[in-house]
Design a protein around this ligand. Structure first.
Ligand SMILES: *Cc1c(COP(=O)(O)O)cnc(C)c1O
Length: 433
């Protein structure tokens, strides 16, 4: 399986190379050259297959010969060692809980898959210099990557996060592991962190000295496995003939929803995608005006979606042949304020006795608004993180929220981070460590 760069100026590479590089040398995102439909006999009988078997069918064409079947199956088994429950809210709406992994956000799936593949590729050829995984986080990516790569031989992880702009739980997840994980606390915003990462990838002098890769959702190793749970949940819906299905995805960088669109491309019969956004709504404005105008991100209570220029939108465009009409046919978009988010949290608690996190609450608003206009649909909401990850937001509304063990145990640990003021600080750290 080969991948091309969406900037069209770099050579095509295999899965292995795309995963190790993260971004193509021309700074484009990698995209699969061929996308093949899975057989109907598989799609129509998902009930006969386990999570691992489904994941293998989804991913094998994208991995090609780079990982042998037995090893790929072992990796998938290990990656998917937690549940993906589908909770029925009412006759129309179900919630797919993606927070049962070690850091309680959906990003565990992609981060674990990427780390295990990278580790396999590095072990293949002994003697290479260690790889540094550099990642900027607005909240959940850092924790998932840290946990996914913890103690993996030959890999150092360096996480940049904006000081004071992640939740207390998210910060502990980044800063308490130690070993091969280092957290750099940046006096600035998430955009500043992301700009520093981009700088590092453009710095020839630095790249001569160390091997860098990225674990943000631009990496195919993180993006592709996000298809899996669209299949699991579709299987678990037990759809009767004629039901139309819309997936409501709380979106920031648009990696998760774009993986759902790829799942559809390989045969999963999803009728519509709903991109549910906070007020950082560049794609919503694009759908309404045909103009794509990125803006600096604005801080909200759904912080993992505070993205002003979603990096995966270019992949969505490519999937739909850069055809505005086709994108609009497949994608409904909504944008909600913090006040509306809080009202949705309260509504879910009072009406359904379900405690969502702020991102899932926005997913609910998207699904609800869509179904009012399109009553022939049923909807699945992706609940992208556990509410306990956002104690600052949730404490006012959910006094019976039970803090899970994973979170309790880290809250007592000592935080350890290094303060960074600018790119030179990052570079010095990377060279000296
Ligand atoms: C990362 C994240 C999102 C946004 O996902 P994208 O793939 O970037 O669109 C939504 N909710 C939570 C809780 C997240 O951590």
């Amino acid at each position: 399986m080969n991948y091309y760069s969406l900037n069209k100026k770099s050579e095509n590479v295999t899965f292995k190379e795309a995963l190790i590089r993260g971004l193509a040398p021309d700074k484009g995102l990698y995209f699969p050259e061929k996308i093949m439909k899975l057989p109907n006999s598989f799609i129509n009988n998902l009930n006969d297959f386990s999570d691992t078997e489904i994941a293998y069918q989804c991913i094998k064409q994208f991995v090609g010969d780079d990982i042998p079947k037995t090893i790929l199956l072992e990796i998938l088994d290990d990656v998917l060692s937690f549940n993906f429950p589908l909770v029925k809210l009412n006759n129309k709406i179900s919630i797919l809980e993606l927070f049962h992994g070690p850091t309680m956000a959906f990003k565990d799936v992609g981060a674990r898959f990427m780390s295990r593949c990278l580790s396999y590729f590095l072990n293949e050829k002994e003697g290479d210099r260690p790889v540094t995984v550099l990642v900027a986080t607005s909240g959940d990516t850092g924790g998932a990557v840290a946990s996914g790569f913890y103690k993996v031989k030959g890999i150092k992880v360096v996480i940049l996060y904006p000081k004071g702009k992640v939740s207390s739980v998210q910060e502990k997840q980044l800063t308490t592991l130690g070993e091969n994980i280092t957290a750099l606390e940046v006096n600035g915003t998430f955009d500043d962190c992301q700009a520093m990462v981009k700088n590092a990838f453009l710095d020839k002098d630095l790249l001569d000295r160390i091997t860098l890769t990225s674990a943000n959702s631009i990496n195919v190793g993180r993006w592709l496995p996000q298809m899996f749970y669209f299949f699991f949940s579709y299987r678990d819906l037990n759809i009767s003939n004629g039901d139309k299905i819309a997936y409501s995805v709380p979106s920031g960088n648009f990696g998760n929803i774009c993986a759902g669109m790829l799942a559809k491309k390989i045969g999963l019969p999803i009728d519509k995608f709903i991109a549910s956004n906070n007020i950082n709504n560049v794609v919503d404005r694009y759908i309404n005006t045909k103009l794509y105008q990125p803006e600096p991100s604005i801080q909200t209570i759904s912080n993992a979606m505070d993205v002003g220029d979603p990096s995966n939108f270019i992949r969505i465009s490519e999937l739909y042949n850069n055809d505005y009409k086709l994108i609009k046919e497949n994608l409904a978009t909504y944008s909600f304020s913090d006040n509306e988010t809080v009202e949705a949290i309260k509504e879910l608690i009072h009406k359904y006795d379900y405690i969502p996190d702020p991102h899932g609450a926005i997913g609910y608003l998207g699904a609800k608004n869509f179904i009012i206009l399109n009553p022939e649909y049923k909807s699945v909401i992706l609940e992208t993180a556990h509410p306990s990850k956002f104690p600052e937001v949730m404490s006012d509304y959910a006094n019976n929220l039970v803090t899970p063990m994973q979170i309790k145990s880290i809250m007592n640990k000592e935080k350890s981070s290094i303060h960074i003021e600018n790119y030179q600080g990052l570079k010095n750290y990377l060279i000296d460590s």
